[in-house]
Design a protein around this ligand. Structure first.
Ligand code: NI
Length: 392
């Protein structure tokens, strides 16, 4: 739609200036005080009312009412920075020692503010409302949970949720989509194997938890290789093994700790169950006892295929079909936007930020990474078009 494109073009210089301001003054998770104030002042200057009846621990939300009643679309940006000393050499590099926006959340924030500004000019055309969520603390994995706890979703009941993230594997001006599993879950587990301690010279009078736990480490490799279907993705890693105090003492217990990554909730449930069963029965076979604590951390991020079609249509309208890329395979990283998608249909998309500069191809979180600021109008125009299409 022409109107979106021309408004985006008109306001992009302001959005880039705002991004550089954010980039200069990054703040860590749950400490986004000045960032939040800047976002709130900017939204108010666009005439978009802040949500006052729900209190977020940090970050902010605002609601743009369309000309007619209708559905509610939630657009989310994360706003926090990382404990990394910036080495980008940019003239607007972080002025805060040891903290920088090396995950591009300053790009997400300014893209969503640009989108909000454009949609505020088109509000009469919208049938429904847009909930702009500037979420704190994505990097620590606690922000989305805090937003859910605030009751924001219960109060405003969004029908659809859209998020975006920079992606250095795609060129600036493009976006990346994927139907289904987009990013991985991140769970942790602890297995406590209890035997019966004794003298290392008389193993037959003990139940050795170290030997049991060693078998268990081996047996757990069968979860991915034998229980998960070959074309599904899963990782089971034991990263910590604690046992024993002396060379000639069989201890009472051994403790294993590990992490599990999956991209499909059904595979996640399967892996958890197999870890529990294998641990319990392997220990029993050795005469030991076993306790499994499985902690579900971040859920897998699963993009609703129909919502991805909406994103594809919006991006194709604004950027051209050739700028829309489909990503294979999913990322085994995790992202707390997944928590919203457990409750609301939605999807995330990638905003390409690579240029000819080698530093723009560095991985996210790298101290020297550069982001193509073209990502700001690109991300904003896709969200604007999606909003107009969805709230028609
Ligand atoms: Ni990030």
């Amino acid at each position: 739609m022409q109107q979106i494109a021309s408004l985006i073009q008109q306001y992009t210089p302001d959005a880039v200036a705002l991004r550089r301001n954010l980039h200069r003054h990054p703040e860590l998770s749950m400490k986004e005080v000045n960032t939040t104030r800047l976002i709130q002042e900017t939204l108010q200057s666009y005439g978009i009312p802040l949500i006052q009846d729900v209190t977020l621990p940090s970050g902010t939300a605002a609601l743009l009412q369309g000309g007619q009643p209708g559905k509610t679309l939630m657009l989310r940006a994360d706003i926090d920075a990382l404990p990394v000393q910036e080495k980008s050499g940019l003239p607007f590099a972080s002025e805060c020692p040891g903290v920088c926006h090396s995950c591009g959340h300053d790009i997400h924030t300014s893209a969503l503010l640009l989108c909000a500004r454009v949609l505020s000019q088109m509000r009469e055309q919208l049938k429904g409302q847009v909930l702009f969520l500037f979420q704190p603390a994505e990097e620590t994995g606690s922000g989305a949970a805090a937003v859910l706890e605030s009751g924001l979703l219960e109060r405003y009941k969004p029908d659809l949720a859209i998020g975006a993230h920079c992606w250095p594997d795609l060129p600036g001006g493009t976006v990346g989509l994927r139907k289904g599993g987009f990013m991985a879950s991140s769970d942790t587990f602890l297995i406590r194997v209890t035997g019966r301690g004794g003298h290392g010279a008389h193993p037959h009078k003990s139940i050795d938890p170290i030997v049991t736990a060693c078998y268990l480490v081996g047996q757990l490799q069968s979860v991915v290789s034998r229980s998960v279907a070959p074309l599904d993705s899963a990782v089971v890693t034991i990263g910590k093994f604690t046992a024993g105090t002396a060379a000639n003492v069989i201890p009472d217990e051994a403790v294993l700790e590990g992490t599990v990554r999956t991209v499909d909730p059904a595979v996640q449930a399967l892996v958890e169950q197999r870890i529990r069963d294998v641990s319990t029965y392997c220990a029993a076979a050795m005469g030991a006892q076993c306790e499994v604590e499985y902690h579900r951390g971040m859920p897998p991020l699963v993009c609703d295929p129909q919502v991805v079609d909406l994103l594809d249509a919006a991006a194709s309208q604004q950027l051209g079909k050739e700028q829309v890329r489909y990503l294979e395979p999913p990322s085994m990283g995790s992202e707390d936007f997944a928590r919203y998608l457990q409750q609301i249909p939605g999807a995330m998309f990638r905003i390409g930020t690579a240029t000819d500069a080698p530093a723009s191809h560095l991985p996210l979180h790298n101290a020297g990474i550069l982001f193509d600021e073209q990502g700001i109008p690109t991300g904003a125009s896709v969200m604007c078009q999606l909003a107009v299409n969805y709230l028609r």
